[in-house]
Ligand binder design. Structure first.
Ligand code: CTP
Ligand code: MG
Length: 236
């Protein structure tokens, strides 16, 4: 089975609050999305990369260097939520994917992914039947509030066994397609924010593989500076 990358990049970056969608903001010398595209396109174990953008996206073509053009297909099928974009992307790549091919779904907003992290995920899932994701053990002390009293802590949530999910999240094509299809049928697509949740809804247990702080998601404006710090330095 081959390894295929699928990058949802059809968001608007509302929380970032910039003039253009965050995936096209310049970061360490190139548009944010280009970092992940290049990492996948130059990785020997990734057979092909698919990127999902919105139908009216006017930026993606400017990123396609000749080297990327040969290794990346653009799917203009972005939907209203991340999971819609992933589901639409899976369906659009149907003709080029075998049921048993692995799909690595990766946020365009995680420019710090590197080849070694991809290798770590692939190695950990060698022979696995379910799949899994990069994630980091939670280090913060966690507090729970409630809607009635959102600014007061009700209790401390034990962090043992809690992980913060990253991407890539990697599953066999047919399994992920079925999981998202079922979530959509059950009207639950809206309640999930990553691909592993859809797999969990099938009763399966995705493997947790240690990610890295450098693979942070750029969500707020201040995240961009930290992402740039990691991208510019030799920080592991
Ligand atoms: N994404 C997508 N289609 C959507 C929404 C998000 O493909 N309808 C992608 C984003 O482009 C991003 C990834 O999913 O690469 C993670 O989403 P997020 O960080 O939430 O990005 P945005 O949705 O763009 O940001 P915001 O939620 O602040 O608007
Ligand atoms: Mg979003």
């Amino acid at each position: 089975a081959r390894h295929l990358a699928l990058i949802p990049a059809a968001g608007v970056g509302a929380r970032m609050g910039g003039q253009i969608p965050k995936q096209y903001m310049m970061l360490a010398g190139q548009p944010m999305l280009q970092h992940a595209l290049q990492t996948f396109a130059t990785h020997a174990r990734i057979a092909h990369t698919f990127v999902v953008v919105s139908a009216e996206d006017g930026w993606i073509d400017t990123l396609m260097t000749p080297a990327l053009q040969a290794r990346v297909s653009i799917l203009r099928v972005g939907g209203p939520t991340r999971q819609d974009s992933v589901f639409n992307g899976l369906n659009a790549m149907r003709a080029e994917a075998g049921d048993a091919d692995w799909v690595l779904v990766h946020d365009a907003a995680r420019p710090g992914l590197d080849a070694a992290l991809i290798d770590r995920l692939l190695d950990a899932l060698e022979g696995d039947e379910v799949g899994g994701l990069l994630a980091l053990p939670v280090v913060d002390t966690l507090k729970r509030s409630d809607a009635q009293c959102p600014a007061r802590s009700l209790e401390t949530v034990p962090r043992a066994g809690l992980w913060a999910a990253q991407t890539p999240q990697m599953f066999p094509y047919a399994l992920l397609q079925r999981a998202l299809h079922q979530a959509q049928q059950q009207g639950r697509l809206g309640e999930i924010t990553d691909d592993a949740s859809a797999i969990e809804m099938l009763g399966l247990r995705p493997r947790l593989v240690e990610g890295s702080p450098r693979n942070l998601k750029v969500t707020l404006a201040q995240d961009a500076a930290l992402a740039e710090f990691f991208l510019k330095g030799p920080h592991a």
